[in-house]
Write a protein that binds this ligand. Sequence first.
Ligand code: NAP
Ligand code: ZN
Ligand code: ZN
Length: 350
Amino acid sequence: MSKLIPARGYAAASATTPLSPFSFERRAVGEKDVQIDIVYSGICHSDMHQARNEWGGSVYPMVPGHEIVGRVVAVGDKVTKFKVGDLAGVGCMVDSCRTCASCREQLQQYCEPGATFTYNCEDPKYGGQTQGGYSDKIVVDEDFSLKIPENLDLKGAAPLLCAGITTYSPLRHWKVGKGQKVGIVGLGGLGHMGVKFAHALGAHVVMITTSPEKGADATKLGADEVLISKDADAMAAHANSFDFILNTIPVGHDMNPYVALLKRDATMCIVGAVEPWGAVHGGAMILKRRNIAGSVIGGIAETQEMLDFCGTHNIVSDVEVIAMKDVNTAYERMLKSDVKYRFVIDMATL
Ligand code: NAP
Ligand code: ZN
Ligand code: ZN
């Protein structure tokens, strides 16, 4: 029996305590596993939702983090995709049942018994709880590890593993492209990637934001127009004009002002608000055959496709690199939308 691997990270001990240093163990490297020394780990708003038990069911101690990039330091005997020294990434999932209809369609994020998420998840195969990327190392099945194009800036590549795929997948699913007017709601970690991808796919991109001061940045990121959602006149001027809207607002909110922006038959995809959505006016949906949809991350194959697309188009996230000890301050700043546009932890500071 091979020995467990000692690891260090930062964990939440409860919903109300700040994250603090934590020692734990990673499993021994199995025949299909890669061991990755983590170089950067992005901070997703979902990390804070779960560390603070805002979605319920959180289990502690919890090491958050699912935007992981690093170098492979060991591989199992049957690993074929990676060798020692390669760059590798890990996103929101580390395994799935592999046999249900969704897994067979490469949509492991919709695995019917439930995917094994990177942290805060019971591990059906190895037991215990999974622990995430705010740590020095991780051991993952190669089938759930991603190849990172070597030309990408590594710190900016980390957020692609969640913010990147979560925005790329719906834009592709709803076939966003040239000749379409696309709205991205919320200029945060997800939203800024949504703007970059929608622009790269050739759409006319409108940044829809509550923060007028972010307008100039939105334009630099690739937005053709900026729409301030609190300005009722400006919203009215854009009514019935959008082919697709990607809504990244992290909390429940009134959807009606955004629904009114959609053309007949158009879709708004929600990725942020997991809570009940509140009343949406039936007439606004029925009389224009509009759609409201949801989407969660993306499958492993599509995540690799997204990373390769980023390699080709040289797309990375705009990041502010922080030291591990500053993670709690970063959470508070993220709550105030005070980040341009993703915090990334430099794991050398652990
Ligand atoms: P973030 O960096 O905090 O950005 C959210 C942005 O939404 C803010 O910058 C702000 O943009 C806007 N916003 C915040 N509060 C708002 C409010 N009350 N009303 C209107 N707009 C508001 O968060 P993130 O990391 O991008 O994550 C966004 C959400 O997606 C989170 O809930 C996260 O858990 C979720 N998520 C979902 C998936 C998935 O697979 N579905 C994956 C990852 C994350 P402006 O200043 O421009 O208005
Ligand atoms: Zn995330
Ligand atoms: Zn499955």
